[in-house]
Ligand binder design. Structure first.
Ligand code: DGJ
Length: 544
């Protein structure tokens, strides 16, 4: 009999734990400081990008797009997978296009997030197969308040849900077979920007009208009541748990909550079927309302922050909820999704603002992923001497900083900010590790070669007084935080650094004119760098 010493046993156990963790599908972990995605047993930072809607309809597109995206440091690509593409004939599935995308991504050491364009894509149903679109009896449409039959599959169509679920389950089964070992596929988005778009704020089909006149499911009311402290102000102010009908319980918000109920339960049906086949993390994304719009002018019943708790009450198979942020107030919308228990991931954002907003998303909101939309439109120059595209510079820096970002997120030692050239506020200050970081837009610089004059930075505290800062377009002053102690603070050193072969290399030490005589970090205006900044705190010795 072979005797296993305690040391050898723990080594064996450790090895098997490591193997188990490696084999386990990616999952979302919740920590007090925030939430991250774990891949092969380790937290993973998604430096993402979403493809344009018509960029993944053929296998060949993978060959030209993915290597190019890898060269600009994108490590995860969000790829549309259309229902009509995988099930062109009812019950006959074809995954050949997706298989090629997975194969090319794997070769490039990238990850994929399939976007399930099933029954709904931006409210409409144009990615459904023809056999679905043509059979309006089996797959009924939503009806608007003026009686128009919309090109939107009704959430009341039982066959629709059944067929969508079957297709999605087949997709997940296939991904499991093709990819469980490698885990090139990281997670899956279920449907895309769902909601009812049309007059009247909700589906007015006969079934929908009948449902709207009936009592709100008691389980939903009870769930919302038990989580009252979690409700958004918009939902809380409309929620009357003593009522019976939708109008009584939700007042002016009844149409929208009614649709949220329908979409959440429909998506839950689809997602639950897929999870049984392969339990990857699953999420839904939301188109965000503009202030003056009414429900139905933006997709009514979407998982936007007002009615998020309705989804959370009804869709246990969904791991998190994500905003598609095209509005200029990026920070506001990210923070609306930064609610307890929700992992932050931005699947779509404006590409032009991406290099700046990414730093806020990872540093301040502690998102595990950020994805500019239409990333495949970024074309690196063929001239090696030309500067890399803006988003490539940002992702290159974040790639170098990867582990530091993840550690700092987990321990609440990261901050981030964006200063907009259009904003009346020229200065913004954040506190971290006993110091204040006061950032000012570098407006007065002669080197105004930047297309936009915005500025942004991420700050990571590595150890006491040692910070890694990356950003552009900002001048930063450092102070000791008077809320911490009465010491004076100052700059010990500033270095421009880079990671090579896993090691940090100092490229330049910034002194004299380059640090305004030791008083400031002056970031380059049009180039992203990583700065290692050592700050000191000293006792005051001035006689009082
Ligand atoms: C949001 C959608 O989710 C995307 O698929 C795409 O249509 C963009 N809008 C286009 O701006």
């Amino acid at each position: 009999m072979k005797i296993v010493t305690p040391l050898a046993l723990s080594a064996v156990l450790l090895a098997s734990q490591v193997t188990d963790a490696f084999a386990e599908p990616p999952r979302i972990v919740h920590t007090e400081a925030g939430n991250q995605i774990v891949l092969h047993g380790k937290p993973y930072l998604v430096l993402g990008g979403e493809l344009g809607n018509s960029s993944a309809g053929t296998a060949e597109q993978a060959d030209s797009i993915l290597p190019r995206l890898a060269s600009i440091h994108v490590n995860t690509v969000l790829v549309p997978v259309a229902w009509e593409q995988i099930e062109p004939q009812e019950g006959k599935f074809d995954f050949s296009i997706l298989d090629h995308w997975i194969e090319v991504a794997r070769r490039q050491q990238m990850h994929l997030v399939p976007l399930w364009f099933g029954s709904w894509k931006n409210a409409f149903s144009n990615y459904a197969p023809l056999w679905v679109k043509q059979d309006t009896k089996r797959f009924p449409r939503a009806i608007s308040a003026d009686g128009t039959e919309l090109e939107i599959l009704s959430t009341f169509g039982e066959e629709t849900l059944h067929s969508d679920q079957r297709a999605f389950r087949a997709l997940m089964q296939h991904i499991r077979q093709a990819d469980e070992g490698d885990q090139t596929v990281l997670m899956v988005q279920v449907e895309n920007e769902v909601g009812y778009l049309g007059r009247g704020g909700r589906d007015h089909s006969t079934q929908a009208d009948a449902g709207f006149q009936s009592a709100v499911p008691r389980a939903l009311v009870e769930k919302l009541r038990s989580r009252r402290e979690m409700l958004s102000p918009e939902l809380a102010s409309h929620f009357h748990s003593d009522g019976k009908t939708w109008a009584e319980v939700f007042g002016d918000a009844a149409d929208e909550v009614f649709m949220a109920w329908r979409y959440a339960t429909s998506i839950e049906t689809v997602a639950a079927g897929g999870k049984q086949a392969y339990a990857l993390p699953m999420y839904v994304n939301a188109q965000l309302p503009a202030p003056a719009e009414r429900a139905g002018e933006y997709p009514s019943g979407a998982p936007h922050p007002y009615y998020l708790e309705v989804y959370r009450a009804l869709a246990p198979s969904l791991d998190f909820y994500s905003p598609d942020i095209y509005w200029p107030n990026f920070e506001y919308w990210v923070q609306r999704y930064n609610v307890p228990g929700n992992a932050l991931f931005v699947p779509e954002a404006r590409l032009e603002a991406g290099p700046f907003n990414a730093l806020y998303a990872y540093g301040e909101a502690r998102a595990f992923g950020f994805c500019p939309f239409g990333i495949d439109s970024v074309m690196p120059s063929k001239d090696p001497a030309a500067p890399a595209p803006d988003i490539a510079q940002t992702y290159a820096a974040l790639e170098d900083l990867g582990d530091l970002v993840l550690d700092a997120q987990r321990t609440s030692r990261s901050r981030g900010l964006v200063l907009h050239a259009s904003s009346p506020r020229a200065t913004q200050t954040v506190a971290l590790g006993g110091y204040l970081f006061e950032a000012t837009l570098s407006r007065s610089w002669p080197a105004k070669t930047l297309l936009t004059d915005d500025g942004a930075m991420i700050i990571l505290e590595k150890s006491e007084g040692e910070f890694y800062i990356s950003g552009r377009g900002l001048t930063v002053n450092f102070y000791r935080d008077p809320d911490v102690d009465k010491k004076i603070g100052g700059i010990g050193s500033i270095e421009e650094v880079k990671r090579e072969g896993g090691k940090w290399i100092t490229q330049r030490r910034l002194n004299g004119d380059q640090s305004n005589q030791g008083r400031q970090l002056s970031m380059a205006a049009n180039q992203m760098h990583i700065y290692k900044v050592v700050l000191y705190a000293a006792e005051r010795h001035r006689a009082e």
